[in-house]
Design a protein around this ligand. Structure first.
Ligand SMILES: NC(=O)c1ccc[n+]([C@@H]2O[C@H](COP(=O)([O-])OP(=O)(O)OC[C@H]3O[C@@H](n4cnc5c(N)ncnc54)[C@H](OP(=O)(O)O)[C@@H]3O)[C@@H](O)[C@H]2O)c1
Length: 276
């Protein structure tokens, strides 16, 4: 149970705010048990005003105050943040890092005294508790699995992943995936607008189409996505013509290629952070 645990966020940016909102909305924690630090004061004030999170002056204070520490700074800031406070960690601490490309092994090297270390990859729908959150545990941290899952569950669905190819695939398909879906939604909206709909109506049409398709797929769990698609397509009909063109233009290849590029970038970042 995490209800009565003191949880601290190092960094109160986009991802931390999405996580804090989900935790508070789900009532799985008491806002009185949430603490945060941030480099600049504005975001700290915001999380205090919106969610009742207690601001703390230094990262050291945060580690001294909390049992669960969520590190939510950019990957390039992670080592400079943890190095000076490494000696403040002890066996009672569980550290959950959301930094992309930063392995549990690198984290263990930075903060060897922490009791448990986990790496999590949420996506921004965490704000509305609809995230896909992947996680993996550092070696010798398996005792923390229940706590890590309890902490992540309010954000959406929780998926354990091996730290390697699986974690990269999860980062690309779900973490970056939200960004890819938004890219496609923009092309969709532009096309609708070109056909005389005002931007507001076009946006609603596109959002509802994605939402409707996703919710239909979620509701029909035992039906494959291919089967759901087949129900929209009649031979030589309108959808059939569009799909045929998509296949001729090799949309699948373009997407696969883009996923692979993103995966390579993730590995590049990992190699860079591993050197730190
Ligand atoms: N955004 C996503 O969709 C997403 C998804 C999955 C994982 N992540 C991961 O989440 C992490 C944070 O990303 P983000 O999008 O939330 O970035 P962000 O909005 O820039 O938040 C990072 C925060 O860390 C603060 N910070 C930097 N140095 C600090 C220090 N020494 N002490 C305390 N706070 C410090 C920054 O303060 P300032 O106010 O001074 O900038 C900033 O508010 C990244 O590692 C990213 O890989 C993000």
């Amino acid at each position: 149970m995490i209800k009565n645990r003191k949880i601290g966020f190092i960094g109160a940016g986009n991802m931390a705010q999405a996580m804090i909102k989900a935790l508070v909305d789900s009532k799985s924690v008491d806002a009185g048990n949430l603490f945060a630090t941030n480099r600049s004061p504005g975001k700290l004030k915001k999380v205090e005003e919106l969610y009742g999170v207690h601001p703390l002056a230094t990262n050291e204070d945060l580690v001294d105050t909390c049992e669960i520490i969520v590190v939510a700074v950019k990957p390039q800031d992670l080592a400079p943040v943890l190095e000076p406070i490494a000696s403040s960690f002890h066996q009672g601490h569980l550290v959950i890092s959301v930094a992309a490309g930063f392995s549990t092994e690198s984290l263990q090297r930075l903060i060897p005294n922490a009791g448990g270390i986990a790496r999590a990859m949420p996506n921004t729908p965490a704000t509305i508790r609809k995230a896909v959150v992947g996680y993996c545990l550092a070696e010798n941290s398996s005792a923390y699995q229940g706590t890590v899952e309890d902490f992540l569950k309010p954000l959406g669905i929780v998926v354990p992943a091996d730290e390697g190819d699986q974690f990269v695939a999860l980062t690309v398909s779900c973490g970056s995936g939200t960004g890819f879906v938004f890219e496609i939604m923009q092309y969709w909206q532009e096309w609708v607008e070109e056909h005389g709909f005002d931007p507001e109506t076009a946006r609603k049409m596109v959002v509802q189409t994605f939402l409707g398709a996703a919710e239909l797929a979620a509701a029909a769990e035992s039906t494959s996505i291919q089967e759901l698609q087949d129900r929209v397509v009649s031979k030589k009909g309108v959808t059939f013509a569009g799909l045929q063109s998509m296949r001729e233009l090799e949309v699948e290849r373009a997407l696969r290629y883009s996923f692979e590029k993103a995966a390579l970038r993730d590995q590049e970042i990992s190699r860079g952070t591993a050197k730190q």
